[in-house]
Design a protein around this ligand. Structure first.
Ligand SMILES: *Cc1c(COP(=O)(O)O)cnc(C)c1O
Length: 363
């Protein structure tokens, strides 16, 4: 493969599009006549300002966001958002609904409990997180401040491809591992956020989108850096942002636009999922999916092989064959194939070929 690269199925930080790496490399020593790398520029310069605003504009363009949405670039990952969201929008006498579909939701719930009343509207731990809630399983609180969910469960391998109806209560979502992977209606969302290291580039920048009416309901008197208002009022330039990360995110988003936008991304991700799950379904006595069919993630495909020794061999031989990152999360075991936007259909074709061969030799 070009530059001796390998198919990278790491769960995050994860593969970025090769075209983007090449482009960024081109301007490495001198970004469009500035005589500098982007990371060497002042975050108050005109050149950087353009990069910053262009990245935000691409977010809005790709998601079809109206003027009622603000785009922020923050730091400390999705993990800080677990705390920042309830800190800003919960408090005395307020209730938030949380849908618990895995490890990341559990972490978000833990933080929210520090700031107000949390109603766990669905507790997937009772089913080992193998499915997402059906509408009847979801116990929402009328008048809740918000409903929080994890759109894609990176560790367990389930994904909301459509979102529950909350009857007008703002949806809050951790979209770290599937943002920009398919189209969705953003209007019910009050807040969504994503650490960049899965679908948007390098770690160290968190994309946050917040709706204006929700922002206006935020609590006052918070510490400056943890108040969304600070960052909205200062266009994410209150302090020094991750300038290079934001630049890189802009390049990744431009790549999505150049590929044909979210519809094309969605079709490509669906094709990858059909290819891999289709093969697994035909060979389910060897490659057994760990979640219910209706809840399967297009981004993280989790499976078990007949025994742990075979799983270890699969990972080791996969590595030799040119695939990295196939080991399942320690809490699930088995195999996990993380195939975010940057992974082309060809990578999945090659992987399926390898899986066929491995099964023929070990089945
Ligand atoms: C990776 C991941 C996180 C962790 O994000 P950090 O940026 O490391 O804080 C949170 N939520 C989901 C769904 C993830 O996939």
């Amino acid at each position: 493969m070009k530059y001796d690269r390998i198919w990278n199925f790491n769960p995050g930080p994860a593969a970025v599009p090769l075209e983007v790496l090449e482009q960024v490399h081109e301007g490495w020593f001198n970004y469009v006549g500035t005589g500098m790398n982007v990371m060497e520029m002042s975050h108050r310069s005109k050149e950087y300002d353009e990069i910053h605003n262009h990245t935000a504009a691409l977010v809005k363009q790709l998601l079809g966001l109206g003027d009622e949405f603000h785009v922020l670039f923050l730091q400390s990952g999705a993990s800080l958002q677990f705390a920042m969201a309830p800190m800003n929008f919960l408090g005395e006498g307020k209730v938030a609904d949380y849908i618990n579909t895995g490890s990341w939701s559990t972490k978000a719930i833990k933080e929210a409990k520090l700031f107000g009343t949390v109603n766990v509207a669905f507790d997937g731990s009772r089913f080992n997180y193998t499915h997402l809630p059906s509408p009847v399983e979801l116990k929402l609180t009328p008048g809740a401040a918000y409903v929080h969910l994890t759109s894609n469960n990176t560790i367990k391998g389930t994904q909301f491809l459509s979102f529950p109806d909350t009857g007008g209560v703002p949806l809050f979502a951790d979209m770290s591992s599937d943002i920009f992977s398919h189209r969705f209606d953003s209007r019910p969302f009050g807040l969504f956020y994503a650490g960049a290291q899965k679908n948007l580039g390098p770690s160290g920048v968190t994309l946050v989108v917040i709706r204006d009416d929700v922002l206006r309901s935020a609590r006052e008197g918070l510490t400056t850096m943890l108040s969304y208002k600070t960052h909205v009022d200062n266009n994410s330039l209150f302090n020094t942002p991750n300038t290079f990360g934001i630049f890189f995110m802009g390049r990744v988003l431009q790549w999505v636009v150049d590929m044909g936008g979210l519809e094309v991304m969605e079709n490509r991700n669906r094709s990858k999922a059909e290819l891999l799950y289709g093969f697994m379904d035909q060979n389910s006595d060897f490659y057994k999916g760990t979640v219910d069919e209706g809840s399967r993630s297009w981004m993280n495909v989790c499976m078990r092989l007949p025994d742990e020794e075979l799983e270890a061999r699969f990972v080791a031989e996969g590595r030799t064959a040119g695939f990295i990152g196939l080991k399942g999360h320690r809490s699930v075991g088995g195999i996990r194939v993380s195939m975010y936007n940057a992974i082309p259909v060809d990578a999945i074709r090659d992987l399926v070929e390898f899986m066929k061969q491995f099964m023929a030799e070990n089945g």
